[in-house]
Ligand binder design. Structure first.
Ligand code: NAI
Length: 708
């Protein structure tokens, strides 16, 4: 046998470690620097954890006077665990990962000298848990700096000691609040809550941290700043009371559908009652069960899709054009929200409305939104003043020649929108992109008479703009891919998740939602009660029922969107809603709608039943299934018709855009998990209520939408 000695030499395998130990400086302070070479946010993976363990061991050996744990990234501490860690993991795998992380952080906590975390950006989930294992925490007064244990949002719990160390640091009530709401605290809020010890200018973060490491004593956390916090943490009867009330609040809020918050409460309770070791044990076990459970998997899959989408949204598009100046036409409810979001993202905004009064009103809304944001700690006061200063406005298109992108948000009337486009074409640079924020009108219709329709796209924002995370970008057939890419890049800059969908009445989100609402109207006509419909849907997991939603949006816009979509799909448009509008019921803020409102109280509007006709013994148990399954069905039709590019965008659009229950993962993931039930139930509904409920081919086929 001949063995070749000419083997190719192995590729250089020396990898740069994710964490390094830096020996003590003359003041005696050593450093651990976290800087994962292949990841911008320092997400914790197996390598990073191993390297952290090695660095901690080196620190223990070196016995410096103090130690600073810092990040090597410019404005990023550690964003949490790498989701790849959980993909396909069994309960046992996940539990093991948690124990490993706990072990490493226990070693960090046990170092015999003072340790200081220098937080220079987001320290979330496992990132904050690293900081919690240090004795002292300093945070930079930087816009992106945040701390939070965000795991419950993913259907998980903090699994590296977070459920143990946070209550011991800030007291039980605050810790539960932070863990259960998954809230992220900006520097000053974090200081007030006692999560960090000091807020410092970013430029001096490392120096200040070193000083603390050199001079502070090692200390034991006290269980909160105030006496009340400490007694609620350490005194058994008061603690039991706090735990019990957190549990019942959580049950009421989650209706038992989200197991993570309850598991977090249990782990916290066990740890405080029986000690840290028992608490860590409970934490690891619960983490394993949750990570392998349906809800945890669906929620982590959604987050993975969201993270990927920033880049995936550009697929098949050209290069975006740079955007620094944005124009907004129509500074009403949506326009002012859009202008504010753009200014908050650092863009300069020039706005236009019909007259000076409308402009002034819009600008004042922008000021209010921004001041409110500052009050909530979204930005500091100086930044708030800068945001407000970035928006100017007037009753004409003066200044619009600088705009790189103009978003129109005028009335939902095709002629008004066409007129605005014509005016813009005269005022704008040739290469500026024009986007319409219509909620249902096809962009091709709006652009029908345009000289250059290739630069006209749709940017469908959701209300309220500053809160809603989705932006539906509509790509008409004639649009230049680089114009669409520009809209996608702007969505990213605004911190929104973009999905790119095909043009047509209602695009994706308005189309599926209107179809579902149309079915709810049909149910009313069959004699089912307003409240029965809404209650069935919230019990299923929807944030609000469809009829309350229509009241919120306003009956006229909902009817208009419904008609636009129904006409295109060849289904009859509902008459009930128009009859209500004719009687002066236009929505929650406008005389009531499907409900009548009296302050915070609401009761069903008796006129609905009078108009819809009397009940004749209707079977009501299928309400939520009929509405949800038909929505899923319509979503699959959007994929078949290439309105959607991918099931991923369909799931993101439904969950982030109109509240499809996130624990179900989105219509496509839900369809994959329940295909047989959905198809057979829809067939039954179709036989009883009409062919519009027939399941689509793609639902009938056995091919899953997702390969995983
Ligand atoms: P709105 O009535 O609050 O605002 C419209 C604004 O446009 C008003 O300030 C009006 O004075 C101004 N305007 C009308 N014609 C104009 C013109 N020719 N030039 C300059 N300004 C003009 O309406 P809203 O709710 O802000 O809706 C605007 C657009 O956003 C509509 O197309 C609507 O379908 C869409 N949309 C609305 C959502 C909502 O929840 N309200 C959600 C998503 C999209």
């Amino acid at each position: 046998m001949i063995v070749s000695t000419e083997r190719p030499s192995p590729v250089a395998t020396a990898r740069r470690p994710s964490v390094v130990f830096v020996a003590a400086d003359p003041s005696g302070v050593a450093r651990i620097v976290i800087d994962r070479p292949d990841d911008a946010v320092n997400a914790i993976n197996v390598m990073l954890l191993e390297d952290l363990a090695t660095a901690i061991a080196a620190a223990r050996e070196a016995r410096p006077r103090g130690l600073v744990v810092a990040s090597g990234k410019e404005s990023q501490f550690v964003a949490g665990a790498d989701l790849a860690l959980l993909r396909g993991a069994s309960a046992a795998d996940a539990e093991r990962a948690s124990r490993e992380m706990q072990r490493v952080l226990n070693e960090l906590a046990a170092l015999p000298f003072t340790t200081v975390a220098a937080i220079n950006g987001p320290a979330l989930g496992g990132g904050l848990e690293i900081a919690l294992a240090c004795d002292v925490r300093l945070i930079a007064d930087a816009p992106g700096a945040r701390v939070g244990l965000t795991e419950t949002r993913l259907g998980l719990i903090p699994a590296a000691g977070g459920t143990q160390r946070l209550p011991r640091l800030v007291g039980l009530p605050r810790a539960l609040e932070m863990i259960l709401t998954a809230r992220q605290l900006a520097p000053r809020r974090a200081l007030k809550a006692g999560v960090v010890d000091e807020v410092v200018h970013p430029a001096v973060l490392l120096r200040a941290s070193s000083e603390h490491a050199a001079h502070d004593r090692k200390r034991k956390p006290s269980g909160g700043r105030t006496l009340i916090e400490r007694t609620a943490t350490h005194l058994a009867p008061l603690r039991a009371l706090a735990i019990r009330s957190a549990r019942s609040r959580t049950l009421a809020e989650t209706k038992g559908r989200y197991p993570a918050p309850l598991a977090a409460i249990d782990a916290v309770a066990i740890g405080l009652a029986r000690g840290m070791t028992a608490g860590l044990e409970a934490e690891a076990r619960a983490f394993g069960t949750l990570a392998a459970g349906e809800t945890g998997r669906n929620l982590t899959a959604l987050l993975a899709l969201t993270l990927r989408q920033r880049r995936a949204a550009f697929e098949g598009l050209g290069d975006p054009r740079p955007v620094t100046n944005v124009g907004v036409v129509g500074l009403g409810f949506m326009g002012s929200g859009i202008a504010q979001a753009a200014a908050a993202a650092g863009l300069r905004v020039r706005a236009r409305d019909r007259d000076a009064a409308a402009v002034a009103k819009g600008l004042s809304t922008i000021r209010e939104l921004t001041t409110e944001g500052a009050r909530k700690g979204v930005f500091d006061r100086r930044e708030a003043a800068r945001v407000i200063g970035r928006v100017t406005g007037g009753p004409d298109l003066a200044g619009f020649s600088h705009a790189d992108l103009v978003i129109e948000a005028v009335f939902e009337e095709i002629d008004t929108k066409r007129r605005v486009i014509a005016e813009l074409e005269k005022a704008l640079r040739e290469d500026a992109v024009i986007a319409s924020n219509t909620s249902a009108l096809p962009i091709a219709e709006i652009a029908r008479d345009a000289r250059a329709p290739e630069r006209i796209v749709g940017m469908h924002f959701f209300s309220p703009v500053h809160k809603m995370p989705l932006l539906e970008i509509i790509r008409p057939k004639r649009a230049d891919p680089s114009a669409v890419a520009t809209a996608v890049a702007t969505a990213n800059a605004l911190g929104k998740t973009p999905i790119v969908v095909g043009d047509g009445p209602g695009f994706y989100t308005t189309r599926v939602l209107s179809t579902m609402i149309g079915e709810a109207f049909a149910m009313l006509a069959e004699g089912i009660d307003v409240e029965a419909i809404d209650r069935a849907m919230t019990a299923f997991g929807w944030p609000v029922g469809p009829l309350r939603l229509v009241d919120e949006v306003g009956l006229e816009p909902a009817a208009h969107a419904g008609e636009t979509v129904a006409k295109a799909r060849g289904i009859g448009a509902p008459t009930l809603v128009n009859a209500l509008v004719a009687e002066g019921f236009k929505g929650k803020q406008r005389g009531g709608g499907f409900y009548l409102y009296d302050g915070k109280r609401r009761r069903p509007n008796p006129r609905v039943r009078a108009i819809a006709g009397d009940t004749h013994g209707v079977v009501v148990e299928d309400i939520a299934q009929r509405l949800t399954f038909m929505l899923v069905n319509e979503a699959t039709r959007c994929l078949e018709e290439a309105v959607l590019r991918s099931p991923a965008e369909g799931d993101l659009g439904a969950v982030l855009g109109f509240g499809f229950p996130p624990f179900l993962g989105g219509p496509f993931r839900y369809a994959d998990a329940n295909r047989h039930e959905i198809v057979s139930t829809l067939e039954r509904f179709a036989a009883a209520h009409g062919a519009h409920l027939e399941p689509t081919e793609s639902l009938r086929s056995r091919r899953p939408f997702f390969s995983l």
